[in-house]
Design a protein around this ligand. Structure first.
Ligand code: GLC
Length: 634
Protein backbone atom coordinates (compact mmCIF):
# COMPACT_ATOMS: atom_id res chain seq x y z
CA UNK A 1 0.00 0.00 0.00
CA UNK A 2 2.75 2.46 0.90
CA UNK A 3 3.96 3.23 -2.57
CA UNK A 4 6.36 6.11 -3.06
CA UNK A 5 6.80 8.67 -5.79
CA UNK A 6 8.45 7.19 -8.85
CA UNK A 7 10.77 8.94 -11.20
CA UNK A 8 9.50 7.22 -14.30
CA UNK A 9 5.74 7.09 -14.55
CA UNK A 10 4.31 3.80 -15.74
CA UNK A 11 2.21 4.17 -18.89
CA UNK A 12 -1.34 5.23 -18.14
CA UNK A 13 -4.09 6.21 -20.48
CA UNK A 14 -7.73 6.96 -20.42
CA UNK A 15 -10.40 6.94 -23.08
CA UNK A 16 -11.77 10.43 -22.62
CA UNK A 17 -14.05 10.28 -25.65
CA UNK A 18 -15.74 7.23 -24.17
CA UNK A 19 -15.90 8.88 -20.76
CA UNK A 20 -17.94 11.82 -22.06
CA UNK A 21 -21.70 11.31 -21.99
CA UNK A 22 -23.39 10.95 -25.43
CA UNK A 23 -25.53 14.02 -24.67
CA UNK A 24 -22.57 16.34 -25.28
CA UNK A 25 -22.70 18.27 -28.59
CA UNK A 26 -20.15 17.76 -31.36
CA UNK A 27 -18.48 21.11 -30.77
CA UNK A 28 -18.37 20.64 -27.00
CA UNK A 29 -16.85 17.22 -27.59
CA UNK A 30 -14.18 18.67 -29.85
CA UNK A 31 -13.36 21.33 -27.27
CA UNK A 32 -13.15 18.71 -24.51
CA UNK A 33 -10.88 16.58 -26.69
CA UNK A 34 -8.57 19.53 -27.29
CA UNK A 35 -8.31 20.27 -23.58
CA UNK A 36 -7.70 16.64 -22.79
CA UNK A 37 -4.94 16.39 -25.39
CA UNK A 38 -3.22 19.41 -23.85
CA UNK A 39 -3.43 18.36 -20.20
CA UNK A 40 -3.65 14.56 -20.07
CA UNK A 41 0.15 14.11 -20.26
CA UNK A 42 0.64 16.08 -17.03
CA UNK A 43 -2.32 14.32 -15.44
CA UNK A 44 -1.09 10.85 -16.35
CA UNK A 45 2.44 11.61 -15.29
CA UNK A 46 1.42 12.84 -11.84
CA UNK A 47 -1.13 10.10 -11.20
CA UNK A 48 1.30 7.50 -12.49
CA UNK A 49 3.93 8.61 -10.01
CA UNK A 50 1.47 8.74 -7.15
CA UNK A 51 -0.62 5.66 -7.79
CA UNK A 52 0.73 3.90 -10.87
CA UNK A 53 2.11 0.98 -8.88
CA UNK A 54 -1.23 0.11 -7.36
CA UNK A 55 -3.19 -2.76 -8.88
CA UNK A 56 -6.02 -1.66 -11.15
CA UNK A 57 -4.58 1.81 -11.77
CA UNK A 58 -5.93 2.10 -15.30
CA UNK A 59 -9.44 1.02 -14.41
CA UNK A 60 -9.43 3.41 -11.45
CA UNK A 61 -8.41 6.17 -13.85
CA UNK A 62 -11.13 5.20 -16.32
CA UNK A 63 -13.75 5.40 -13.54
CA UNK A 64 -12.44 8.76 -12.43
CA UNK A 65 -12.53 10.16 -15.96
CA UNK A 66 -16.09 8.91 -16.48
CA UNK A 67 -17.18 10.83 -13.38
CA UNK A 68 -15.17 13.87 -14.46
CA UNK A 69 -16.70 13.63 -17.94
CA UNK A 70 -20.23 13.57 -16.49
CA UNK A 71 -19.50 16.65 -14.37
CA UNK A 72 -17.93 18.41 -17.32
CA UNK A 73 -21.02 17.74 -19.40
CA UNK A 74 -23.24 19.02 -16.58
CA UNK A 75 -21.40 22.34 -16.38
CA UNK A 76 -23.89 25.21 -16.91
CA UNK A 77 -23.65 27.27 -20.10
CA UNK A 78 -22.64 30.47 -18.30
CA UNK A 79 -19.69 28.69 -16.71
CA UNK A 80 -18.67 27.11 -20.00
CA UNK A 81 -18.58 30.58 -21.47
CA UNK A 82 -16.41 31.69 -18.57
CA UNK A 83 -14.11 28.71 -19.18
CA UNK A 84 -13.65 29.69 -22.80
CA UNK A 85 -13.03 33.35 -21.96
CA UNK A 86 -10.44 32.53 -19.34
CA UNK A 87 -8.64 30.11 -21.59
CA UNK A 88 -8.19 33.05 -23.95
CA UNK A 89 -6.84 35.24 -21.14
CA UNK A 90 -5.30 32.96 -18.51
CA UNK A 91 -3.72 35.86 -16.58
CA UNK A 92 -7.00 37.74 -16.08
CA UNK A 93 -6.51 37.82 -12.28
CA UNK A 94 -3.04 39.41 -12.50
CA UNK A 95 -4.32 42.86 -13.54
CA UNK A 96 -3.79 45.82 -11.21
CA UNK A 97 -7.51 46.34 -10.74
CA UNK A 98 -7.91 42.95 -9.06
CA UNK A 99 -8.80 43.55 -5.43
CA UNK A 100 -9.98 40.86 -3.04
CA UNK A 101 -12.11 40.81 0.09
CA UNK A 102 -12.28 38.03 2.66
CA UNK A 103 -15.00 37.47 5.25
CA UNK A 104 -17.19 34.99 7.01
CA UNK A 105 -20.64 34.86 5.40
CA UNK A 106 -22.47 35.16 8.72
CA UNK A 107 -20.36 38.05 9.99
CA UNK A 108 -20.65 39.96 6.73
CA UNK A 109 -24.21 39.33 5.66
CA UNK A 110 -25.86 36.91 8.10
CA UNK A 111 -26.56 34.36 5.35
CA UNK A 112 -25.55 33.79 1.72
CA UNK A 113 -28.57 35.87 0.68
CA UNK A 114 -27.40 38.58 3.03
CA UNK A 115 -23.98 38.44 1.36
CA UNK A 116 -25.71 38.89 -2.01
CA UNK A 117 -27.34 42.02 -0.59
CA UNK A 118 -23.89 43.44 0.09
CA UNK A 119 -22.60 43.09 -3.46
CA UNK A 120 -23.07 46.83 -4.04
CA UNK A 121 -20.84 47.54 -1.06
CA UNK A 122 -18.13 45.29 -2.49
CA UNK A 123 -18.45 47.04 -5.83
CA UNK A 124 -18.14 50.42 -4.08
CA UNK A 125 -14.78 49.25 -2.70
CA UNK A 126 -13.67 48.03 -6.11
CA UNK A 127 -13.64 44.36 -5.12
CA UNK A 128 -13.33 41.76 -7.92
CA UNK A 129 -12.77 38.61 -5.84
CA UNK A 130 -14.60 37.51 -2.70
CA UNK A 131 -13.25 34.81 -0.42
CA UNK A 132 -16.09 33.62 1.78
CA UNK A 133 -14.69 31.57 4.63
CA UNK A 134 -16.13 28.03 4.98
CA UNK A 135 -19.85 27.91 4.25
CA UNK A 136 -20.39 24.20 3.60
CA UNK A 137 -22.18 22.05 6.14
CA UNK A 138 -19.90 21.95 9.16
CA UNK A 139 -19.56 19.54 12.03
CA UNK A 140 -22.22 20.07 14.64
CA UNK A 141 -20.71 21.57 17.78
CA UNK A 142 -17.15 22.87 17.59
CA UNK A 143 -16.01 23.03 14.00
CA UNK A 144 -12.94 25.31 13.79
CA UNK A 145 -14.93 28.11 12.17
CA UNK A 146 -16.31 25.74 9.54
CA UNK A 147 -12.96 24.09 8.74
CA UNK A 148 -14.35 20.75 9.94
CA UNK A 149 -16.56 19.95 6.94
CA UNK A 150 -19.37 17.42 7.35
CA UNK A 151 -20.57 17.57 3.73
CA UNK A 152 -19.01 18.93 0.55
CA UNK A 153 -22.39 18.76 -1.16
CA UNK A 154 -24.45 20.99 1.10
CA UNK A 155 -24.35 24.56 2.28
CA UNK A 156 -24.37 25.00 6.05
CA UNK A 157 -28.14 25.16 6.73
CA UNK A 158 -27.81 28.25 8.94
CA UNK A 159 -26.30 30.08 5.95
CA UNK A 160 -28.70 28.95 3.24
CA UNK A 161 -29.09 26.33 0.54
CA UNK A 162 -27.28 25.18 -2.56
CA UNK A 163 -29.74 27.28 -4.57
CA UNK A 164 -28.72 30.34 -2.54
CA UNK A 165 -25.09 29.56 -3.29
CA UNK A 166 -25.76 29.29 -7.02
CA UNK A 167 -27.71 32.54 -6.97
CA UNK A 168 -24.95 34.28 -5.03
CA UNK A 169 -22.34 33.09 -7.52
CA UNK A 170 -24.44 34.34 -10.43
CA UNK A 171 -25.03 37.69 -8.73
CA UNK A 172 -21.32 38.11 -8.03
CA UNK A 173 -20.37 37.03 -11.53
CA UNK A 174 -22.76 39.63 -12.92
CA UNK A 175 -20.90 42.26 -10.88
CA UNK A 176 -17.50 41.04 -12.10
CA UNK A 177 -16.65 39.42 -8.75
CA UNK A 178 -15.28 35.87 -8.58
CA UNK A 179 -16.27 33.76 -5.60
CA UNK A 180 -13.48 31.91 -3.81
CA UNK A 181 -14.38 29.06 -1.47
CA UNK A 182 -12.30 26.93 0.82
CA UNK A 183 -11.71 23.39 -0.26
CA UNK A 184 -10.80 21.84 3.06
CA UNK A 185 -9.00 18.90 1.54
CA UNK A 186 -6.52 17.87 4.20
CA UNK A 187 -9.18 16.58 6.58
CA UNK A 188 -12.89 16.06 7.17
CA UNK A 189 -15.01 16.39 10.29
CA UNK A 190 -15.39 13.33 12.45
CA UNK A 191 -19.11 13.39 11.58
CA UNK A 192 -18.51 13.43 7.82
CA UNK A 193 -19.99 10.25 6.27
CA UNK A 194 -16.47 9.03 5.40
CA UNK A 195 -15.41 9.24 9.03
CA UNK A 196 -18.68 7.85 10.32
CA UNK A 197 -18.50 4.94 7.89
CA UNK A 198 -14.91 4.24 8.85
CA UNK A 199 -15.77 4.27 12.55
CA UNK A 200 -18.67 1.93 11.85
CA UNK A 201 -16.25 -0.61 10.36
CA UNK A 202 -16.32 0.07 6.60
CA UNK A 203 -12.86 -1.10 5.51
CA UNK A 204 -12.80 0.96 2.30
CA UNK A 205 -13.61 4.13 4.24
CA UNK A 206 -11.15 3.28 6.97
CA UNK A 207 -8.49 3.51 4.30
CA UNK A 208 -9.53 7.16 3.77
CA UNK A 209 -7.71 7.93 7.03
CA UNK A 210 -4.39 7.29 8.72
CA UNK A 211 -4.80 5.06 11.75
CA UNK A 212 -1.83 4.12 13.92
CA UNK A 213 -2.29 0.98 15.99
CA UNK A 214 -0.32 1.86 19.12
CA UNK A 215 0.94 4.60 21.39
CA UNK A 216 4.48 3.60 20.43
CA UNK A 217 3.70 4.32 16.76
CA UNK A 218 2.30 7.67 17.77
CA UNK A 219 5.42 8.54 19.78
CA UNK A 220 7.67 7.60 16.85
CA UNK A 221 5.72 9.83 14.46
CA UNK A 222 5.42 12.71 16.93
CA UNK A 223 9.19 12.80 17.30
CA UNK A 224 9.58 14.53 13.95
CA UNK A 225 6.27 16.38 13.63
CA UNK A 226 5.47 19.97 14.59
CA UNK A 227 2.31 20.94 16.39
CA UNK A 228 -0.03 23.44 14.79
CA UNK A 229 -2.04 24.19 17.94
CA UNK A 230 0.17 23.04 20.84
CA UNK A 231 -2.14 24.62 23.42
CA UNK A 232 -5.58 24.50 21.81
CA UNK A 233 -5.16 21.00 20.32
CA UNK A 234 -1.91 19.36 21.42
CA UNK A 235 -0.44 16.47 19.45
CA UNK A 236 -1.10 15.16 15.97
CA UNK A 237 -3.07 12.03 16.79
CA UNK A 238 -6.35 11.28 18.54
CA UNK A 239 -7.26 7.98 20.10
CA UNK A 240 -10.59 6.86 18.64
CA UNK A 241 -11.81 3.61 20.23
CA UNK A 242 -14.23 2.90 17.36
CA UNK A 243 -11.24 3.00 14.96
CA UNK A 244 -9.22 0.74 17.21
CA UNK A 245 -6.26 3.10 17.20
CA UNK A 246 -4.95 6.60 16.81
CA UNK A 247 -6.31 8.73 14.00
CA UNK A 248 -4.01 11.33 12.45
CA UNK A 249 -5.43 14.73 13.40
CA UNK A 250 -2.98 17.53 12.57
CA UNK A 251 -5.42 20.23 13.70
CA UNK A 252 -8.33 19.65 16.11
CA UNK A 253 -9.09 16.09 17.28
CA UNK A 254 -12.38 16.23 15.36
CA UNK A 255 -10.59 17.02 12.05
CA UNK A 256 -9.44 13.67 10.64
CA UNK A 257 -6.60 13.92 8.14
CA UNK A 258 -7.26 12.22 4.83
CA UNK A 259 -4.97 9.58 3.42
CA UNK A 260 -3.91 10.70 -0.06
CA UNK A 261 -1.96 7.49 -0.59
CA UNK A 262 -5.40 6.09 -1.28
CA UNK A 263 -6.39 7.10 -4.84
CA UNK A 264 -10.07 7.03 -3.88
CA UNK A 265 -9.43 9.98 -1.58
CA UNK A 266 -7.94 11.95 -4.44
CA UNK A 267 -10.85 11.01 -6.72
CA UNK A 268 -13.50 11.86 -4.11
CA UNK A 269 -11.99 15.24 -3.41
CA UNK A 270 -11.61 16.04 -7.08
CA UNK A 271 -15.27 15.26 -7.71
CA UNK A 272 -16.26 17.42 -4.72
CA UNK A 273 -14.26 20.28 -6.25
CA UNK A 274 -15.81 19.91 -9.71
CA UNK A 275 -19.34 19.74 -8.28
CA UNK A 276 -18.77 22.97 -6.38
CA UNK A 277 -17.22 24.52 -9.48
CA UNK A 278 -20.43 23.69 -11.37
CA UNK A 279 -22.36 25.73 -8.78
CA UNK A 280 -20.29 28.75 -9.79
CA UNK A 281 -17.28 28.82 -7.48
CA UNK A 282 -14.38 30.22 -9.46
CA UNK A 283 -11.45 29.96 -7.06
CA UNK A 284 -10.63 27.20 -4.58
CA UNK A 285 -8.54 27.96 -1.54
CA UNK A 286 -6.72 24.70 -0.95
CA UNK A 287 -6.75 24.70 2.82
CA UNK A 288 -3.64 23.51 4.68
CA UNK A 289 -2.27 22.11 1.44
CA UNK A 290 1.28 21.79 2.77
CA UNK A 291 0.17 19.00 5.14
CA UNK A 292 -1.51 16.78 2.57
CA UNK A 293 1.05 13.98 2.29
CA UNK A 294 2.50 12.10 5.25
CA UNK A 295 5.83 10.38 5.46
CA UNK A 296 7.12 8.88 8.67
CA UNK A 297 10.34 10.50 9.82
CA UNK A 298 9.65 13.96 8.43
CA UNK A 299 7.62 16.96 9.50
CA UNK A 300 5.01 16.04 6.88
CA UNK A 301 4.97 19.43 5.26
CA UNK A 302 5.68 20.27 1.62
CA UNK A 303 6.40 16.63 0.74
CA UNK A 304 7.11 16.17 -3.01
CA UNK A 305 3.87 14.22 -3.41
CA UNK A 306 1.86 17.29 -2.40
CA UNK A 307 3.06 18.88 -5.62
CA UNK A 308 2.16 15.78 -7.64
CA UNK A 309 -1.37 15.83 -6.20
CA UNK A 310 -1.59 19.50 -7.18
CA UNK A 311 -0.27 18.79 -10.67
CA UNK A 312 -2.99 16.18 -11.16
CA UNK A 313 -5.67 18.48 -9.74
CA UNK A 314 -4.64 21.34 -11.98
CA UNK A 315 -4.64 19.14 -15.06
CA UNK A 316 -8.11 17.80 -14.27
CA UNK A 317 -9.44 21.31 -13.68
CA UNK A 318 -7.86 22.44 -16.95
CA UNK A 319 -9.70 19.63 -18.71
CA UNK A 320 -13.09 19.84 -17.01
CA UNK A 321 -13.51 23.40 -15.66
CA UNK A 322 -10.69 25.55 -17.04
CA UNK A 323 -12.14 28.82 -15.77
CA UNK A 324 -11.39 27.74 -12.21
CA UNK A 325 -8.32 28.87 -10.24
CA UNK A 326 -6.50 26.97 -7.50
CA UNK A 327 -5.02 28.88 -4.58
CA UNK A 328 -2.46 27.40 -2.22
CA UNK A 329 -2.86 28.08 1.46
CA UNK A 330 0.65 27.03 2.40
CA UNK A 331 1.89 28.98 5.40
CA UNK A 332 5.53 28.01 5.01
CA UNK A 333 8.93 29.68 4.79
CA UNK A 334 9.66 31.83 1.74
CA UNK A 335 11.86 29.21 0.07
CA UNK A 336 9.01 26.65 0.08
CA UNK A 337 6.40 28.99 -1.40
CA UNK A 338 7.25 29.17 -5.14
CA UNK A 339 6.91 25.40 -5.54
CA UNK A 340 3.16 25.84 -5.10
CA UNK A 341 2.97 27.46 -8.53
CA UNK A 342 4.30 24.26 -10.09
CA UNK A 343 7.53 23.25 -11.75
CA UNK A 344 8.90 22.03 -15.05
CA UNK A 345 6.47 19.10 -14.97
CA UNK A 346 3.53 21.49 -15.11
CA UNK A 347 1.79 24.39 -13.45
CA UNK A 348 -0.21 23.82 -10.26
CA UNK A 349 -1.77 26.66 -8.26
CA UNK A 350 -2.40 29.99 -9.95
CA UNK A 351 -2.43 31.77 -6.59
CA UNK A 352 -0.43 31.34 -3.39
CA UNK A 353 -0.54 33.33 -0.17
CA UNK A 354 2.66 35.30 0.31
CA UNK A 355 2.62 34.50 4.01
CA UNK A 356 6.18 35.56 4.82
CA UNK A 357 5.72 38.94 3.14
CA UNK A 358 2.68 39.49 5.35
CA UNK A 359 4.50 38.48 8.54
CA UNK A 360 7.62 40.46 7.64
CA UNK A 361 5.56 43.60 7.07
CA UNK A 362 4.33 43.45 10.67
CA UNK A 363 7.79 42.47 11.94
CA UNK A 364 9.25 45.53 10.19
CA UNK A 365 6.88 47.75 12.17
CA UNK A 366 7.89 46.01 15.40
CA UNK A 367 11.62 46.29 14.68
CA UNK A 368 11.35 49.72 13.03
CA UNK A 369 13.68 48.20 10.49
CA UNK A 370 12.87 46.79 7.07
CA UNK A 371 15.63 44.15 7.04
CA UNK A 372 13.30 41.14 7.30
CA UNK A 373 11.11 42.51 4.54
CA UNK A 374 14.07 43.14 2.31
CA UNK A 375 15.28 39.58 2.90
CA UNK A 376 11.86 38.12 2.08
CA UNK A 377 11.56 40.22 -1.06
CA UNK A 378 15.07 39.31 -2.16
CA UNK A 379 14.18 35.62 -1.74
CA UNK A 380 10.95 35.95 -3.75
CA UNK A 381 11.53 34.86 -7.36
CA UNK A 382 9.73 36.31 -10.36
CA UNK A 383 6.27 34.84 -10.92
CA UNK A 384 5.68 32.18 -13.55
CA UNK A 385 3.20 33.12 -16.29
CA UNK A 386 -0.50 33.33 -15.35
CA UNK A 387 0.18 33.05 -11.63
CA UNK A 388 0.12 35.57 -8.83
CA UNK A 389 0.85 36.01 -5.17
CA UNK A 390 -2.04 36.64 -2.89
CA UNK A 391 -0.90 39.56 -0.79
CA UNK A 392 -2.62 40.38 2.48
CA UNK A 393 -2.25 42.03 5.84
CA UNK A 394 -4.55 40.03 8.08
CA UNK A 395 -6.86 37.07 7.78
CA UNK A 396 -8.97 34.92 10.11
CA UNK A 397 -5.84 33.05 11.31
CA UNK A 398 -2.93 33.98 13.54
CA UNK A 399 0.37 35.41 12.36
CA UNK A 400 2.81 32.57 13.05
CA UNK A 401 6.27 34.07 13.35
CA UNK A 402 8.14 30.80 12.86
CA UNK A 403 7.87 31.01 9.06
CA UNK A 404 10.33 33.93 9.21
CA UNK A 405 13.03 31.93 10.95
CA UNK A 406 15.25 31.54 7.86
CA UNK A 407 15.30 35.32 7.37
CA UNK A 408 15.43 36.17 11.09
CA UNK A 409 18.30 33.80 11.77
CA UNK A 410 17.45 33.24 15.43
CA UNK A 411 14.32 32.53 17.44
CA UNK A 412 14.85 35.26 20.10
CA UNK A 413 14.48 37.90 17.43
CA UNK A 414 11.02 36.52 16.53
CA UNK A 415 10.12 36.13 20.19
CA UNK A 416 10.75 39.85 20.63
CA UNK A 417 8.42 40.59 17.72
CA UNK A 418 5.74 38.33 19.21
CA UNK A 419 6.03 40.02 22.61
CA UNK A 420 5.88 43.45 21.02
CA UNK A 421 2.52 42.68 19.45
CA UNK A 422 1.04 41.75 22.80
CA UNK A 423 1.68 45.36 23.84
CA UNK A 424 4.57 44.40 26.13
CA UNK A 425 6.48 47.27 27.76
CA UNK A 426 3.88 49.84 26.78
CA UNK A 427 4.10 49.12 23.04
CA UNK A 428 1.14 50.37 20.99
CA UNK A 429 -0.26 47.03 19.65
CA UNK A 430 -3.32 45.38 21.13
CA UNK A 431 -2.57 41.87 19.89
CA UNK A 432 -3.38 38.66 21.71
CA UNK A 433 -0.78 35.90 22.08
CA UNK A 434 -1.44 32.51 20.49
CA UNK A 435 0.32 29.25 21.33
CA UNK A 436 3.40 29.11 23.50
CA UNK A 437 6.73 28.77 21.74
CA UNK A 438 9.58 26.73 23.19
CA UNK A 439 11.05 29.88 24.77
CA UNK A 440 7.78 30.76 26.50
CA UNK A 441 7.14 33.66 24.12
CA UNK A 442 3.99 33.34 22.03
CA UNK A 443 4.64 31.52 18.78
CA UNK A 444 1.97 33.55 17.06
CA UNK A 445 -0.12 36.69 17.35
CA UNK A 446 -3.80 37.33 16.91
CA UNK A 447 -5.72 40.56 16.53
CA UNK A 448 -7.35 42.69 13.89
CA UNK A 449 -4.96 44.83 11.83
CA UNK A 450 -6.28 47.98 13.51
CA UNK A 451 -5.43 46.56 16.94
CA UNK A 452 -1.95 45.50 15.82
CA UNK A 453 -1.32 48.92 14.29
CA UNK A 454 -2.45 50.58 17.52
CA UNK A 455 -5.73 52.16 16.44
CA UNK A 456 -7.65 52.78 19.62
CA UNK A 457 -10.44 55.35 19.94
CA UNK A 458 -9.32 56.05 23.51
CA UNK A 459 -5.99 57.39 22.31
CA UNK A 460 -5.12 60.99 21.47
CA UNK A 461 -5.73 62.06 17.84
CA UNK A 462 -2.03 62.37 16.96
CA UNK A 463 -1.36 58.87 18.33
CA UNK A 464 -4.32 57.65 16.31
CA UNK A 465 -2.90 59.27 13.18
CA UNK A 466 0.31 57.31 13.56
CA UNK A 467 -1.69 54.12 13.95
CA UNK A 468 -3.70 54.82 10.81
CA UNK A 469 -0.46 55.53 8.96
CA UNK A 470 0.99 52.19 10.12
CA UNK A 471 -2.03 50.30 8.90
CA UNK A 472 -1.91 52.05 5.53
CA UNK A 473 1.78 51.25 5.32
CA UNK A 474 1.26 47.50 5.56
CA UNK A 475 -1.73 47.67 3.22
CA UNK A 476 0.27 49.85 0.84
CA UNK A 477 2.89 47.15 0.67
CA UNK A 478 0.23 44.51 -0.10
CA UNK A 479 -1.16 46.68 -2.88
CA UNK A 480 2.15 47.69 -4.45
CA UNK A 481 4.15 44.47 -4.12
CA UNK A 482 2.77 42.57 -7.13
CA UNK A 483 -0.08 40.17 -6.50
CA UNK A 484 -3.75 40.03 -5.78
CA UNK A 485 -4.25 42.06 -2.59
CA UNK A 486 -7.04 40.90 -0.30
CA UNK A 487 -8.71 43.06 2.36
CA UNK A 488 -9.87 41.30 5.48
CA UNK A 489 -13.41 42.29 6.44
CA UNK A 490 -13.45 45.22 8.82
CA UNK A 491 -9.97 46.46 7.97
CA UNK A 492 -11.45 48.88 5.45
CA UNK A 493 -13.30 50.49 8.38
CA UNK A 494 -10.48 50.20 10.91
CA UNK A 495 -12.49 47.72 12.97
CA UNK A 496 -10.70 46.52 16.10
CA UNK A 497 -10.68 43.26 18.00
CA UNK A 498 -14.00 41.56 18.70
CA UNK A 499 -15.10 43.10 21.99
CA UNK A 500 -17.07 39.93 22.76
CA UNK A 501 -13.97 37.77 22.74
CA UNK A 502 -12.99 36.45 26.12
CA UNK A 503 -9.69 34.62 26.27
CA UNK A 504 -10.60 33.01 29.61
CA UNK A 505 -11.18 29.37 28.84
CA UNK A 506 -10.53 29.83 25.12
CA UNK A 507 -7.07 28.87 23.97
CA UNK A 508 -8.04 29.54 20.38
CA UNK A 509 -7.49 33.28 20.46
CA UNK A 510 -7.96 33.48 16.67
CA UNK A 511 -11.59 34.30 17.46
CA UNK A 512 -10.51 37.79 18.50
CA UNK A 513 -10.17 38.71 14.81
CA UNK A 514 -13.55 37.36 13.77
CA UNK A 515 -15.98 40.10 14.82
CA UNK A 516 -19.31 40.74 13.10
CA UNK A 517 -19.49 43.66 10.68
CA UNK A 518 -19.82 46.88 12.63
CA UNK A 519 -22.90 48.51 11.13
CA UNK A 520 -22.26 51.87 12.77
CA UNK A 521 -18.79 52.08 11.22
CA UNK A 522 -20.25 51.03 7.90
CA UNK A 523 -22.66 53.96 8.13
CA UNK A 524 -19.73 56.30 8.90
CA UNK A 525 -17.66 55.34 5.91
CA UNK A 526 -18.15 58.59 4.02
CA UNK A 527 -17.34 60.70 7.07
CA UNK A 528 -13.66 61.60 7.05
CA UNK A 529 -13.96 62.82 10.61
CA UNK A 530 -14.19 59.19 11.76
CA UNK A 531 -11.59 56.43 11.80
CA UNK A 532 -13.92 54.33 9.66
CA UNK A 533 -14.26 57.06 7.06
CA UNK A 534 -10.57 57.85 6.94
CA UNK A 535 -9.58 54.24 6.55
CA UNK A 536 -12.30 53.46 4.02
CA UNK A 537 -11.51 56.40 1.79
CA UNK A 538 -7.78 55.95 2.12
CA UNK A 539 -7.87 52.27 1.16
CA UNK A 540 -10.38 52.85 -1.59
CA UNK A 541 -8.27 55.70 -2.92
CA UNK A 542 -5.13 53.58 -2.82
CA UNK A 543 -6.87 50.74 -4.64
CA UNK A 544 -8.14 53.14 -7.29
CA UNK A 545 -4.67 54.56 -7.91
CA UNK A 546 -3.30 51.05 -8.09
CA UNK A 547 -5.95 50.02 -10.61
CA UNK A 548 -4.73 52.72 -12.97
CA UNK A 549 -1.06 51.68 -12.88
CA UNK A 550 0.07 48.88 -15.23
CA UNK A 551 3.35 48.83 -13.24
CA UNK A 552 1.44 47.34 -10.31
CA UNK A 553 0.15 44.32 -12.24
CA UNK A 554 1.37 41.06 -10.72
CA UNK A 555 4.00 40.44 -13.37
CA UNK A 556 5.55 43.87 -13.71
CA UNK A 557 9.17 43.41 -12.61
CA UNK A 558 10.19 44.39 -9.09
CA UNK A 559 13.63 45.60 -8.06
CA UNK A 560 14.71 46.31 -4.50
CA UNK A 561 16.55 49.60 -4.18
CA UNK A 562 19.38 49.89 -1.71
CA UNK A 563 18.78 52.49 0.99
CA UNK A 564 21.18 53.68 3.67
CA UNK A 565 18.42 54.11 6.26
CA UNK A 566 17.58 50.66 7.69
CA UNK A 567 13.97 51.66 8.40
CA UNK A 568 13.31 52.32 4.74
CA UNK A 569 12.02 49.84 2.22
CA UNK A 570 12.25 50.96 -1.38
CA UNK A 571 11.50 49.07 -4.54
CA UNK A 572 10.79 49.83 -8.12
CA UNK A 573 7.97 48.31 -10.18
CA UNK A 574 8.37 48.43 -13.92
CA UNK A 575 10.53 51.30 -15.14
CA UNK A 576 8.68 54.19 -13.58
CA UNK A 577 6.97 53.30 -10.30
CA UNK A 578 8.70 53.65 -6.92
CA UNK A 579 7.47 52.42 -3.54
CA UNK A 580 9.29 53.97 -0.60
CA UNK A 581 8.23 53.36 2.98
CA UNK A 582 9.49 54.34 6.41
CA UNK A 583 8.84 51.59 8.96
CA UNK A 584 9.99 53.70 11.89
CA UNK A 585 8.53 56.32 14.19
CA UNK A 586 11.22 58.84 13.27
CA UNK A 587 11.78 60.81 10.14
CA UNK A 588 13.79 58.94 7.52
CA UNK A 589 16.19 60.48 5.08
CA UNK A 590 16.33 59.38 1.47
CA UNK A 591 19.31 60.56 -0.42
CA UNK A 592 18.78 61.74 -3.94
CA UNK A 593 20.93 59.08 -5.58
CA UNK A 594 19.06 56.22 -3.93
CA UNK A 595 15.75 57.16 -5.48
CA UNK A 596 17.00 58.88 -8.60
CA UNK A 597 15.57 62.23 -7.47
CA UNK A 598 17.10 65.66 -7.99
CA UNK A 599 17.35 66.28 -4.25
CA UNK A 600 17.26 64.44 -0.90
CA UNK A 601 13.83 63.77 0.54
CA UNK A 602 12.46 63.22 4.01
CA UNK A 603 9.89 60.63 4.83
CA UNK A 604 7.61 61.27 7.81
CA UNK A 605 7.34 58.59 10.54
CA UNK A 606 5.41 55.47 9.39
CA UNK A 607 4.75 56.99 6.01
CA UNK A 608 5.06 55.83 2.47
CA UNK A 609 5.34 57.36 -0.94
CA UNK A 610 4.12 55.97 -4.21
CA UNK A 611 6.05 57.82 -6.87
CA UNK A 612 5.94 57.82 -10.61
CA UNK A 613 8.76 58.98 -12.85
CA UNK A 614 7.46 61.28 -15.53
CA UNK A 615 9.33 63.23 -18.18
CA UNK A 616 9.42 66.90 -17.18
CA UNK A 617 7.57 69.26 -19.46
CA UNK A 618 10.71 71.35 -20.00
CA UNK A 619 12.55 68.33 -21.33
CA UNK A 620 15.11 68.22 -18.49
CA UNK A 621 14.74 64.51 -17.77
CA UNK A 622 12.36 62.74 -15.39
CA UNK A 623 10.56 64.23 -12.43
CA UNK A 624 8.96 62.27 -9.59
CA UNK A 625 5.23 62.62 -9.22
CA UNK A 626 3.76 61.77 -5.83
CA UNK A 627 0.62 59.65 -6.11
CA UNK A 628 -0.32 59.62 -2.43
CA UNK A 629 -2.86 62.42 -2.47
CA UNK A 630 -5.66 59.89 -2.85
CA UNK A 631 -5.14 58.49 0.60
CA UNK A 632 -3.07 60.83 2.75
CA UNK A 633 -4.21 60.67 6.39
CA UNK A 634 -1.89 63.24 7.90
C1 GLC B 1 -6.26 26.54 7.68
C2 GLC B 1 -7.32 27.53 8.10
C3 GLC B 1 -7.45 27.50 9.59
C4 GLC B 1 -7.82 26.11 10.02
C5 GLC B 1 -6.86 25.07 9.47
C6 GLC B 1 -7.42 23.69 9.58
O1 GLC B 1 -5.01 26.90 8.13
O2 GLC B 1 -7.03 28.80 7.62
O3 GLC B 1 -8.38 28.44 10.04
O4 GLC B 1 -7.83 26.03 11.42
O5 GLC B 1 -6.59 25.27 8.11
O6 GLC B 1 -8.46 23.51 8.66
Amino acid sequence: MMNTARDIPPPASDDWAAALPPSLSESARAQAARRHAAHAPALHAALGRLYGDLPGHNSWLADLMRDVGALHAARPAALRALDAAREMQPDWFCAPDMLGYCCYADRFGGTLRGVADRVDYLAELGVRYLHLLPFLRARSGDNDGGFAVASFDEVEPALGSNADLEQLCARLRGAGISLCADLVLNHVADDHPWARGAAAGDAALRDYFHVLPSGADVARHEATLNQVFPLAAPGNFTHVPAMGGWVWTTFYPYQWDLNYRNPQVFASMMLALLKLANRGIEVFRLDSIAYLWKREGGNCMNEPEVHLVLQAMRALVAIAAPGVLLKAEAIVPTAALPAYFGNAAGPTCQLAYHSTLMAAGWAALAEQDSALLRAVIAATPALPPAASWLTYVRCHDDIGWRILLPEAGAQPRLDAVARFFTGADGAYPRGVPFQAGASGAPAATNGMAAALAGIDPQRAPEVQRDALARMLLVYGLALAFGGLPVLYMGDELGMGNDPRFDSAGNDDTRWVQRPPMDESRLAERQDNGTVAGRMFNALRGMAAVRASLPALAAHAPRRLLPCADPAVLAFERGARFLFIANFSGREALLNAAEIGAPEDRKLAPWSMMWLQRRPRKDGTGDGLELLNTAWEVR
